[in-house]
Design a binder for this molecule. Structure first.
Ligand code: SAM
Length: 299
């Protein structure tokens, strides 16, 4: 299977349980997170008339930005038809009309200069041809339009996160030995029907890149973007985030209390504040996990 077919099969399969898997919500918690990432790039948070999201998934970024009035006309695209359908449906439930199209970020089906803002969250590291994708973003933005791409992993941040994921897996397995695996562990992908199991097994293949902040800046500039800026964030917050996400993914559904996502978010916020006010002063950009890239489309 080609890599883009794998992206479709895997993300189509994920599309109906993706929000649960990643604790995605469209309430204050995720609005706060999404707007916080956007504000890093664009502190004054204006309203944009026509907005495109690439690799929209279920709409986490676009819909949460839309809920605070940043987004006028909302357009979502993704290579996975399942994700586009879920995003449009999530929008409908929130009372937000979303124009959805199945589209590869490397060949966007829109005319030149069609949008005022183009956003993406956790999508660039899935794209095989980065240069072409950045050129497409520059092409569909009006001259002076803005690009905001968030949630892209740094190389060093990813290496450290891998160790936390490994430790969390060991911790849950030990807890299962003590507490009984039937009671604690989710059934995992082994119990899925063969077709779904094959789709789920693609998880380890769909993440294609990590970046240094300078690499992302270079890609944006090479595509013609000006006023390019990169911000990195999340050090201890990310270690906590990956640990909790790994634990959540391994546990039997329903085992964690209902308030758990809020508790986890509050802890994450405190660690984020530490990273932002103290760690950032002493450590290089590249050790923080998340990159947020912004730039202005060429005139
Ligand atoms: C990690 S998910 C992120 C989804 C969403 N943006 C979020 O933050 O929850 C990556 C998304 O990129 C999409 N994707 C992968 N390759 C793509 C491509 N070539 N063009 C457009 N979307 C793509 C996947 O289908 C998936 O929905």
């Amino acid at each position: 299977m080609e890599i883009k077919d794998k992206q479709v099969v895997y993300h189509d399969w994920e599309s109906d349980h993706y929000d649960d898997k990643w604790s995605i919500s469209f309430d204050e918690r995720c609005i706060d997170y999404a707007v916080g990432r956007f504000r890093r790039a664009v502190p004054d948070v204006p309203r944009y008339d026509k907005v495109l999201e690439i690799g929209c998934g279920t709409g986490f970024f676009l819909l949460n930005l839309a809920q605070v009035g940043i987004v006028g006309e909302a357009h979502c695209t993704d290579i996975s038809p399942g994700m586009v359908a879920t995003c449009v449906e999530n929008g409908r439930r929130l009372g937000i009309e979303v124009h959805g199209r199945v589209a590869d970020a490397e060949a966007l089906p829109y005319p030149n200069h069609a949008f005022d803002l183009a956003v993406g969250h956790a999508v660039v590291h899935h794209l095989p041809d980065l240069q072409t994708s950045f050129k497409e973003l520059a092409r569909v933005l009006r001259p002076g339009g803005r690009m905001v791409l968030a949630g892209e992993p740094t190389r060093t941040g990813d290496r450290i996160a891998t160790q936390f994921k490994r430790a969390a897996r060991i911790g849950v397995k030990l807890a299962a030995v003590v507490g009984g695996s039937d009671r604690i562990l989710s059934e995992g992908i082994d119990v899925l029907p063969a077709e779904q199991r094959d789709a789920a097994a693609l998880e380890s293949e769909v993440d294609l890149h990590c970046f240094t902040p300078a690499e992302l800046e270079r890609l944006a500039r090479a595509a013609g973007f000006t006023r390019v800026q990169i911000h990195t964030e999340e050090l201890t917050a990310n270690w906590f985030g990956w640990t909790t996400r790994t634990v959540e993914g391994m546990l039997r559904p329903g085992l964690l209390p209902e308030r758990y996502p809020w508790w986890a978010y509050r802890v994450w916020q405190r660690l984020f504040a530490f990273d932002d006010t103290i760690a950032r002063r002493f450590l290089p950009k590249g050790v923080f996990y998340n990159c947020i890239l912004t730039g202005i489309a060429p005139c």
